[in-house]
Design a protein around this ligand. Structure first.
Ligand code: MIG
Length: 799
């Protein structure tokens, strides 16, 4: 008989020889003599799923991460058997499974090694909790780099790092601190210009070691659950991210106002102060679409209540704000105050909705309201109830958006910062402890919030923001990076976190601009705004206990700089909205790290600062104080300096000037960048025309402009306007073709194009194959012409 102590000391166990193989359609199964089963599922030609059972038993197959509309389907799956191994061949990959130890190797069809196991799958029985600690180790390939993994505050290239995914309220975290607020156990590997991705879909605490412990080993493991991972082959990083994003899903389009600028603080109250802040934005002509109410709007921090002294008539206030073009976003936390007179508490008690400890009593934890109980959001009935709680706030009072905070869940005054691990969860009918449910708790809360907002905001689109997240949470909401700090180092962190989240399938990301903890000076604030307007979610937020953090809090010079950049954000809204459209349409990250943009160029593999905003605008934030210029790496290709129109060949380092009112920006040659007029809020002005800045290229470049009603669901019925432009420049001429899709009638009639970098003077203009005169297209010396929005071909010929 084996004693418990022996099990505890048994250490790592490894699969031994394969004794059985069989295939069921898209799945193959290998069973070893010591009871390990490897299941390989072919999802697509270049996407495989690997699952390992021990003692011949798989767990029920259930995951919160996977979207319900995943694209599946492959062309080929052949299995052959040789003496040393089984060989699976798809239309893109060859998988070798070794007969004597179940180790796996994956190559492309030309035999290039993509992924190779070191020890491969192994496990350790978990004496304390039952089940296994499941582990995987792979060989780190020559010059391999690693990216992704959600919100890690580390160098964009994770080579040499070990990280842990355990959703944690990490107030004032620092560089390389682990763990943080999100668990997105997905990484990309890149070597020899071949990219692949691994998504370890395991909600327990997971660990990844990227050649940190051993130089040539990359490993990942979890405190429980199954070794269950997806493998995506590129060879382009974009293909890997697209496949991961397809698997874990994308959000619907947000209302356009959610892509405007938002102002927040902990906390604006009472009503008078909220109104003053809103008014000041309008008086100073600082564009802004939303103002946030943090926990102090509630009565004693009770969710779904209002403090009547501070906010005597919330409905009226929300209306007044809306009349000024300001949306209201309120906070909701998971902790429900233990208070027998509080209706939310009563309902949850009556319905048995609170999480319980292993032996039966409710879990209790201290948060802002004092002692609280916590709804079990992994129970579908609880989610439905929670969604319903939003009726009054959204449908009756008219609040436009909700942010869910503290949903890790964060618990005060305990060293673990969270709930006890023996806490029980329904996990949608797969009962388990908090060890397994912790990382998805916040995700399931915000999912319920999203369901509620979607229902009660209809026919408008919901806006929801979360702090905690597991892979797949991007389907429901935007997210921010939690409690950062007003330091230059945190500006660097904000930049890498946003890029990394985008590469991890979660593009609707922003950071607390200016820093949450501590006080930025004007310079840091201005530099942070210059970066923040290029993040998909753009909000100033601060803890408010150290002075003000509004655009006007740092003197006139800074206010003017902030205005300049908020205006730029609003001008670029059609470009940004198109980025969002491409994200949900193709899984394309809204921000692209330099390596993602050009993985074949090894110069990009360790670049952290430069990134692409969408596909055509290169941003290089200034992350140091007192600088008038900075060095940067301009990726390969041709670029125009946004501010000066100066033309550059890339693939080289540059020095550019960047006084305090300038962030280095470059436009990819050939781009057509759409712009709206400056508005104080989305929808303020009727669009008279669409402006497009056209940057000449010798060669070809495609650009897209997506538009619709900016809210509502008509776009799903085809009422959108998609303009695809193909630009070609060659010896003294420029041809722009337009291909249109969708039935939405844009409110403007004309497109005003301004040409940058045109190497000739316009001598002749042909529109849809007819020569037109200069007056008709309002050609002016500043290289601007106005054409009807539905033109199909514009041809400029130089003199
Ligand atoms: O314990 O609601 O990250 O944005 O202002 C702090 C108060 C709770 C943490 C959030 C922050 C928010 C704050 N919250």
């Amino acid at each position: 008989m084996i004693t418990n102590t022996e099990i505890a000391h048994r250490g790592n166990q490894f699969p031994n020889q394969i004794v059985d193989f069989h295939r069921e359609n898209d799945r193959v199964y290998f069973t070893t003599q010591n009871g390990v089963i490897l299941e390989i599922t072919v999802l697509r030609d270049s996407a495989l799923r690997f699952r390992y059972a021990t003692e011949h038993v798989f767990e029920p197959d259930f995951s919160y991460a996977i979207a319900d509309d995943v694209s599946l389907g492959y062309n080929v799956l052949e299995v052959t058997e040789g003496p040393p191994e089984y060989v699976l061949t798809t239309a893109k990959l060859i998988v070798y499974v070794k007969k004597d130890n179940l180790k796996v190797e994956i190559t492309d069809l030309d035999g290039n090694m993509i992924s190779e196991e070191e020890n491969g799958f192994h496990w350790e029985e978990n004496f304390a909790y039952g089940g296994n600690v499941v582990k995987m180790s792979k060989v780190t390939q020559q010059a391999e780099s690693f990216y992704g993994m959600g919100d890690k505050a580390s160098h964009i290239n994770l080579k040499g790092k070990r990280v842990n995914n355990w959703v944690t309220d990490q107030y004032a975290y620092h560089k390389d601190q682990e763990p943080l607020y999100k668990s997105i156990p997905f990484y990309l590997g890149l070597h020899n210009d071949l990219a692949y991705g691994i998504f370890f879909d395991n909600s327990f605490s997971t660990y990844f070691d990227f050649a940190q412990e051993k130089r040539n080993v990359t490993s990942f493991w979890a405190d429980g659950g199954e070794m269950n991972y997806y493998f995506f082959y590129g060879p382009k990083m974009s293909q890997v991210v697209e496949a991961y994003t397809d698997l874990t899903g994308v959000p619907e389009l947000p209302p356009l106002w959610a892509l405007g600028f938002h102002q927040s603080k902990w906390s604006y109250y009472p009503e008078k102060q909220v109104m003053e802040i809103a008014k000041k934005f309008r008086d100073l002509k600082l564009p802004c679409d939303a103002i946030y109410l943090d926990i102090d709007y509630m009565e004693g921090f009770r969710c779904f209540t209002w403090n009547n002294r501070r906010f005597p008539n919330p409905k009226k206030m929300v209306e007044k704000l809306e009349a000024m073009g300001m949306k209201t976003v309120t906070m909701i936390d998971p902790g429900i105050k233990i208070d027998r007179d509080y209706w939310v508490y009563q309902q949850a008690m009556e319905n048995d909705f609170f999480c319980k400890r292993a032996d039966g009593p409710h879990f209790k934890g201290k948060v802002w309201p004092g002692e609280c109980k916590f709804p079990d959001f992994t129970n579908p009935e609880v989610r439905e109830w929670w969604a319903g709680l939003y009726k009054e706030m959204i449908a009756d009072i008219g609040v436009h958006g909700v942010w869910n905070d503290m949903n890790e869940p964060a618990i005060m005054d305990v060293p673990t910062k969270t709930a006890n691990l023996d806490m029980r969860h329904d996990y949608d009918g797969h009962p388990c402890s908090h060890r397994k449910a912790h990382n998805v708790y916040g995700m399931q809360m915000v999912r319920a919030t999203y369901d509620g907002l979607k229902k009660f905001s209809f026919p408008k689109r919901p806006f929801v923001l979360t702090r905690a997240a597991y892979a797949g949470t991007q389907r429901y909401c935007a997210t921010w990076t939690g409690d950062n700090v007003a330091t230059w180092e945190h500006l660097w962190i904000a930049n890498v976190q946003a890029q990394r989240m985008c590469m991890s399938g979660y593009s609707f990301i922003g950071t607390d601009i200016g820093g949450f903890a501590e006080q930025p000076n004007g310079e840091l604030f201005a530099r942070w705004v210059q970066l923040g307007i290029f993040h998909p979610f753009c909000r100033v937020h601060s803890s408010g206990d150290h002075g003000d953090q509004e655009p006007w809090s740092f003197g006139d010079e800074i206010t003017d700089i902030v205005r300049k950049y908020l205006e730029l954000r609003y001008e670029l809204l059609p470009y940004l909205y198109t980025m969002f459209y491409k994200y949900i349409q193709d899984g394309l990250p809204m921000l692209q790290s330099l390596v993602f943009y050009d993985q074949a160029d090894p110069q990009t593999h360790f670049r952290t600062d430069e990134f692409l905003f969408g596909e055509q605008i290169l941003i290089v934030p200034v992350q140091e104080s007192n600088v008038l210029g900075r060095r940067l790496y301009l990726p390969r290709g041709e670029w125009y300096n946004y501010w000066t129109d100066e033309f550059h060949h890339g693939g080289t380092e540059k020095y550019v000037e960047c006084p305090l009112d300038t962030i280095p920006m470059f436009i990819k040659a050939g781009s057509m960048i759409p712009k709206y007029p400056v508005q104080q809020y989305v929808g303020e002005k009727k669009l008279e025309e669409l402006r497009i800045d056209v940057y000449y290229v010798e060669g070809q470049e495609n650009s897209t402009v997506y538009e619709d009603q900016q809210d509502g669901y008509d776009y799903k019925k085809g009422r959108f306007s998609l303009r695809k432009f193909r630009l070609r420049g060659k010896d003294g001429e420029l041809i722009i073709q337009q291909f249109k899709d969708g039935s939405f009638m844009t409110p403007y009639e004309n497109i005003r194009m301004t040409f940058h970098g045109l190497p000739f003077k316009i001598g002749m203009i042909e529109l849809d194959n007819e020569k037109v005169n200069y007056n008709k297209v309002q050609y002016s010396d500043d290289n601007t012409i106005v054409v009807h929005k539905d033109f199909t071909e514009l041809h400029l010929v130089g003199i």
